[in-house]
Design a protein around this ligand. Structure first.
Ligand SMILES: Nc1nc2c(ncn2[C@@H]2O[C@H](COP(=O)(O)OP(=O)(O)OP(=O)(O)O)[C@@H](O)[C@H]2O)c(=O)[nH]1
Ligand SMILES: [Mg+2]
Ligand SMILES: [Zn+2]
Length: 313
């Protein structure tokens, strides 16, 4: 029997079977997995083959090949990654200008998780009811920037029901992942999009990002209008030890297109001569904001690699 993983807590998985019921199942034996080293064998969104054991309990025998997956660097094991979700059609990145403030570079760092598989991203700026005029000016700037690169940008408010219909239309019949810092209103938005779900949301007293997380594990919900949505815990920090400098260069969409005109095929767009990306930054075709975030990410990766080499000596 086939199944779809809706939730994973410890070694138990909630699996929706092809007959529509949700059952609890565990892994037996060894699953054949892809070559990526992961700290967890299965993720929400995985399609699996279910069986029953001698006690008539459900067991997972096999995971079907994934179309794509979203991973984060494991906080514990540096070169392992943690699977967040798989087989995703769309990622909704929830941010807000205030409560908590949008962290510099956060959007571009998030995109490093979705770009490797070209997962479409819609950036939802939530809590618009709280934005000042200045916040709106910056929002409009970011909207123009990210729209021009190919991402959808929508101003929303869970509180005031702003543009929720637009989001409903966007996610209809898709498997969407909802992600972002803690407290930006991911679960609140889900509750407005699909009130029947009635999920728990939090009151964050501390917006430094260290506040408590209300959602503590990824969980997939079936949407009444068709499709699925995966609520995830808030992201605290995004590190990229699992990426190489060239991966980052390839995952900045507009840089990648331009890089065909760089003199060197392995151009990192820093000090190389005849670099099409740097030229585009200089003449204003590529955003300085994006370029600076790019430099910051590759610098971080190089620093980490340096320390690793250093420590091995
Ligand atoms: N003013 C305003 N507050 C909002 C809006 N959306 C959510 N909030 C508030 O923001 C707080 C956090 O909301 P949650 O939905 O729990 O945030 P979350 O992103 O799911 O947080 P984690 O589960 O910790 O990752 C709650 O107090 C919500 O009431 C909005 O559009 N406007
Ligand atoms: Mg939540
Ligand atoms: Zn270049």
């Amino acid at each position: 029997m086939e199944g779809l993983i809706m939730k994973s807590v410890g070694s138990w998985y909630s699996v929706k079977t092809e007959h529509g019921q949700v059952v609890q199942a565990r892994i037996v034996g060894k699953l054949r997995l892809e070559d990526v080293k992961t700290t967890n064998p299965l993720a929400v969104g995985d399609k699996v083959i279910l069986d029953s054991d001698v006690n008539n309990d459900f067991v997972i025998r096999e995971v079907k090949p994934r179309i794509n997956y979203v991973v984060r660097q494991s906080p514990r094991k540096k070169h392992n990654v943690h699977l967040i979700a798989s087989n995703v059609d769309l990622a909704l990145l929830i941010v807000t200008m205030v409560e908590p403030n949008l962290k510099q570079g956060f959007i571009d760092r998030f995109l490093m998780m979705t770009e490797p598989y070209n997962i479409p991203v819609a950036i939802l700026f939530n809590k618009s009811d709280l934005y000042s005029e200045d916040d709106m000016v910056f929002f409009n700037y970011l909207k123009t920037l990210y729209t021009s690169i190919g991402y959808e940008v929508i101003l929303v408010s869970a509180e005031q029901n702003l543009n929720i219909d637009l989001v409903r239309t966007l996610i209809k019949d898709k498997v969407s992942l909802i992600s972002g810092q803690s407290g930006v209103g991911k679960t609140s938005l889900l509750n407005v999009i699909a009130p029947d779900l009635d999920l728990r949301t939090g009151e964050l007293s501390d917006y430094s990002g260290k506040g408590q997380h209300t959602t503590t594990f990824a969980e997939m919900h079936e949407l009444p209008g068709g499709g699925y949505i995966i609520d995830t815990p808030g992201i605290k920090a995004l590190a990229f030890n699992n990426l190489e400098v060239m991966d980052v260069a390839h995952n900045f969409r507009e840089f990648f297109i331009l890089s065909q005109d760089c003199k060197f095929s392995d151009c990192t767009h820093r000090n190389e001569p005849k670099c099409a990306v740097k030229e585009a930054v200089n003449n204003g075709e590529v955003s300085e904001l994006r370029y600076n975030n790019y430099l910051q990410i590759i610098q971080e990766i190089e620093d980490q690699n340096y320390w690793e080499v250093h420590n091995e000596i």
